[in-house]
Design a protein around this ligand. Structure first.
Ligand SMILES: NC(=O)c1ccc[n+]([C@@H]2O[C@H](COP(=O)([O-])OP(=O)(O)OC[C@H]3O[C@@H](n4cnc5c(N)ncnc54)[C@H](O)[C@@H]3O)[C@@H](O)[C@H]2O)c1
Length: 381
């Protein structure tokens, strides 16, 4: 345990590592005193509610809300009363009996429950005109995705999603500095992910929850779509392929590839042969024209562009959680909602392929437009 704590301090910094450990122990109080004492003295005015009080809400969402004094965590609901109680005690919030009690009482709702419930909680919050931050996946089925789209397309200023990698400092740097390359040239993006060892009976793997594809793989599909988004309007199709290493365990230890008619090539390997000691670990390589970006676990990156070499180094691992969680409070870093509705469409399609034991599928942009019932003009936003 001590070894792990020390390693996490090196990766995430002292405060975040301690909060991650506290999230596992759960029986702690007054955590904001460790994270940011000023949060107590000058409590932020905006009231935040949390639905789903598991490890991510406890150690990541709540951490950044308090560390950056974004909003006051005031109401919490979880179907597991112990989880709701321990998060409420740790962050000095009210434990609520129903999700609706949370939604009514607050200004911003963070949804981080099981995957199948994200859409309905997000819709309830939107119906009450509340801002909602919905963890990934924003939908676990096509029906949910369509229902959510109907509402978000009219209220996109109220909706924010938790696919975080596009918010990481390294990706933001690359997308700003090399926008013209990504917007003009086909890319190769190769992601190797050492994921958590998630047993087959864990809720993440449940077909109703969208399998491990919606639980994990969607992150990198979303990163790919967000990187090529500037050219999305000119694409004609995506071609999806899945190779699973074990026919009895299709959504784990697998390889996903996506190509486009423009020559983009994306591949993702998820390997989880054992639990990674330092948590999830990823290596991402992106090549486009003369640009080559080599990302080592969002702790560092080496960028070659023609004869120029740039090294980026993060003091603490920055996978984009901080900026992503800030979205409801910031006008700067919000994303075009169509980006992640399209990436979720592809993710749900991949989950569907796993459930139907299908290994290859071609999806045209027209099919996606029909699904969202869009006009070509609204696509160009
Ligand atoms: N963006 C990221 O990098 C990232 C990382 C980890 C987890 N997450 C997301 O955060 C969410 C929670 O994951 P976690 O790791 O904390 O899992 P977890 O299992 O620790 O927590 C899930 C919590 O949701 C509760 N819950 C289950 N069904 C519910 C329902 N219908 N209504 C209310 N609460 C319900 C459970 O009791 C549990 O407390 C998931 O959506 C997950 O995908 C995101």
């Amino acid at each position: 345990m001590l070894g792990k704590l020390l390693r996490f301090i090196k990766i995430y910094g002292v405060r975040r590592a301690m909060v991650k450990a506290a999230g596992r122990l759960r029986n702690v109080r007054w955590l904001p005193l460790i994270i940011n004492p000023l949060y107590f003295i000058l409590k932020p005015q905006i009231k935040v509610g949390i639905i789903g009080a598991g490890q991510f809400s406890f150690s990541t969402i709540s951490f950044f809300l308090v560390a950056n004094r974004l909003g006051r965590i005031s109401s919490v609901f979880d179907i597991n009363a112990d989880n709701a109680k321990t998060l409420s005690l740790a962050y000095n919030a009210k434990q609520c009996d129903t999700p609706d009690e949370v939604i009514q009482a607050v200004d911003v709702v963070y949804v981080a429950s099981n995957h199948n419930s994200h859409t309905s909680y997000a819709l309830s919050a939107l119906q009450q005109e509340k801002k909602v931050y919905c963890e990934k996946p924003i939908a676990a089925t096509f029906d949910q995705l369509r229902e959510l789209y109907k509402v978000v397309s009219k209220k996109d200023d109220l909706f924010f999603c938790g696919y975080n990698r596009p918010h990481s400092s390294i990706i933001r740097h690359c997308k700003t500095k090399y926008a013209s390359i990504f917007n003009e040239q086909p890319i190769t993006m190769s992601c190797y992910v050492r994921g958590h060892d998630i047993p087959s009976d864990h809720w993440y793997r449940n077909p109703d929850e969208g399998t491990r594809i919606c639980g994990n793989a969607g992150h990198w599909v979303d990163l790919f779509i967000s990187t090529i988004w500037g050219r999305y309007n000119s694409l004609k199709y995506f071609s999806l392929n899945i190779i699973s290493s074990n026919s009895n365990d299709l959504d784990d230890n697998m390889l996903i590839s996506i190509i486009t008619d423009a020559g983009d090539l994306f591949n993702l390997t998820i390997s989880s042969r054992s639990e990674p000691f330092e948590g999830i670990d990823e290596t991402i390589n992106i090549q486009a024209g003369s640009l080559n970006v080599k990302i080592d676990d969002f702790r560092s990156a080496k960028i070659n562009n023609e004869h120029f070499v740039t090294h980026l180094k993060n003091w603490v691992k920055d996978v984009g959680h901080e900026k992503s969680i800030e979205q409801p409070f910031s006008k700067e870093n919000t994303r075009n909602y169509m980006e992640y509705f399209v990436s979720t469409y592809l993710t749900v399609s991949l989950a569907d392929m796993i459930l139907n034991k299908q290994t290859a599928k071609k999806i045209t942009i027209l099919e996606i437009m029909d699904f969202f019932n869009e006009t070509s003009t609204s696509r160009s936003r």
